[in-house]
Write a protein that binds this ligand. Structure first.
Ligand code: FES
Ligand code: FES
Length: 166
């Protein structure tokens, strides 16, 4: 099958790969680009493990053709850190609260939670529940995940307030 020359930005780096037209964005990120942080759970759009941002919007990468990402800006869990020496507040809070159990759903939840907190750093439990409704964690309850998201949101709100005052 004829391959497509795909050019897109992944975590701020311009990438160029050859992919078959049927390849999903998820498989392309993991196998052609070599970023395996994004996980494949169900591969049919049910679990949210494969969530990445495309042009600022969360998508299930298993449901998107790589070809549709031509020219797009993609953010994966590997790109969340502000710099190599600093974790994103969500990554820190997940570690502190023990919110990653097996860790399989965590990349998708981190991306979705980032999207939520970027718009609303102090969400209610209802808003967190709604925001994460497409992300399934099979390990245990969501209590630690919710705690971590609340903690990260408070820190992000405080940092934003401090930068406005400065
Ligand atoms: S792997 Fe994409 S939603 Fe489950
Ligand atoms: S941490 Fe295991 S499925 Fe969520």
């Amino acid at each position: 099958m004829k391959k497509i020359h795909l050019e897109f930005s992944v975590n701020g780096e311009q990438r160029s790969v050859l992919v078959e037209g049927y390849r999903s964005l998820l498989d392309t990120l993991r196998e052609e680009v070599g970023l395996t942080g994004t996980k494949k759970g169900c591969d049919v759009g049910d679990c949210g493990a494969c969530t990445v941002m495309v042009n600022g919007q969360p998508v299930n990468a298993c449901l998107m053709l790589a070809a549709e990402a031509q020219g797009a800006e993609v953010l994966t869990v590997e790109g969340m850190q502000p710099n190599p020496d600093e974790l994103h507040p969500l990554q820190e809070a997940f570690m502190e609260h023990g919110a990653s159990q097996c860790g399989f759903c965590t990349p998708g939840i981190l991306i979705m939670a980032k999207h939520l907190l970027d718009q609303n750093p102090l969400p209610t439990d209802e808003e967190i529940r709604f925001g994460l409704s497409g992300n399934i964690c099979r390990c245990t309850g969501y209590t630690k995940i919710f705690d971590a998201i609340r903690t990260a949101g408070k820190r992000m709100a405080a940092a934003k307030a401090a930068s406005v005052e400065a």
